[in-house]
Design a protein around this ligand. Structure first.
Ligand code: GH3
Ligand code: MG
Ligand code: MG
Ligand code: MG
Ligand code: MG
Length: 308
């Protein structure tokens, strides 16, 4: 409560205590603002006519002091009753007013109204925070593949563009792999789509586990195709990764009796492409085309192999 007249302050304090509110008092505007900074009150009762800063100015300054999203209800205490003053009380940032001498019943009612608004505001803040969390989660999910949980095509495209530009700037090689599960149609036909799904999950996990550098990315590019981005990696390095992946998948020993080559297990073929993008060369899709052509040669060469 910011109120210079002691009788009025004492009376209203008494009324507040009756409804379970413990007031702290400042006897002028300057002290009121200091008290506000110190106490972070739930409610401000603010006299208008005071020596020094008047209540209007105090309300203005308190509203300026509040951080974005903060709000302390202000109820003016006033003996004045002109419409202009009441309008001004709201205009400078007040929320309501009480006419002196203050009615105990009206005081209790208006305090309760402010408490209700504060509660709604609090609920809204919690909801906003939850929405923010949900939004972040949605953003995360929208970049992941639903079946395997690894990055999806969208994240691959974004990452490729980013790494392409970085490679352009830095004049460093950028490599990518396109890996495709061999004879997967036959796998599905033989073991069913659900087993096929499980197989894709295992392949995804295995490919991801093969990567060593934090900047490397493996994504599900399409049905049974996986794409790998290897920043700052030359052809030799990319071939090593591709071979490690091929060997790792074969090493899973997922039975596939109907595989083309007589391995008896699920295998992949991979196409490797490496470029040092020239400055101003904006078409990152050439890298994908090269990897795709290499993949075709790996398939043509008999599957379960790498081509570049
Ligand atoms: P290749 O060795 O030439 O790659 O032969 P392939 O049979 O693997 O290639 P093809 O493109 O003919 O078939 C791909 C198969 O992958 C067909 C499709 O049903 C299957 N497939 C694609 N996405 C999924 C999926 O999400 N789950 C399952 N179970 N199968 C999938
Ligand atoms: Mg006064
Ligand atoms: Mg395919
Ligand atoms: Mg395939
Ligand atoms: Mg195919």
């Amino acid at each position: 409560m910011i109120e210079d007249t002691l009788t009025s302050a004492t009376l209203v304090s008494h009324q507040l205590r009756k409804i379970g509110i413990e007031p702290v008092l400042a006897r002028d505007g300057e002290k009121g603002i200091e008290l506000f900074k110190k106490e972070h009150p739930d409610l401000i009762l603010l006299d208008i006519i005071m020596p020094g800063l008047d209540g209007f100015e105090v309300a203005r300054r308190i509203r300026q002091l509040e951080q974005a999203g903060e709000w302390t209800p202000i109820i003016f205490l006033t003996a004045r009753t002109s419409d202009e003053d009441l309008e001004k009380a709201i205009a400078v940032g007040g929320d309501d007013y009480l006419i002196k001498p203050v009615s105990e019943i009206v005081l209790a009612a208006k305090v309760r109204a402010m408490q209700r608004i504060a509660q709604m505001r609090h609920a809204l803040l919690i909801l906003t925070r939850k929405l923010d969390d949900a939004n972040q989660e949605l953003t995360r999910l929208s970049s992941l593949d639903g079946l395997t949980g690894i990055p999806n095509r969208r994240q691959f495209d974004e990452t490729l563009l980013r790494e392409w530009r970085r490679a352009c700037r830095q004049g460093k090689p950028l490599s990518m792999l396109l890996c495709d599960v061999d004879s997967f149609k036959q796998f599905n036909d033989a073991y069913g789509h659900q087993v096929g799904d499980e197989c894709l999950k295992a392949v995804a996990r295995c490919l991801q586990a093969t990567l060593r550098r934090p900047a490397d990315l493996v994504a599900r590019y399409g049905g049974e195709e996986f794409a790998v981005i290897l920043p700052d990696t030359d052809l030799g390095g990319a071939l090593l990764v591709a071979e490690a992946m091929r060997a790792a998948i074969e090493g899973l020993r997922i039975t596939h009796r109907h595989a083309g080559p007589a391995t008896g297990v699920v295998t992949i073929s991979a196409g490797v492409a490496t470029m040092v993008p020239a400055r101003g060369h904006t078409d990152s899709a050439v890298l994908i085309r090269q990897a795709d052509e290499a993949l075709y040669r790996a398939k043509d060469g008999g599957r379960n192999r790498i081509a570049s």
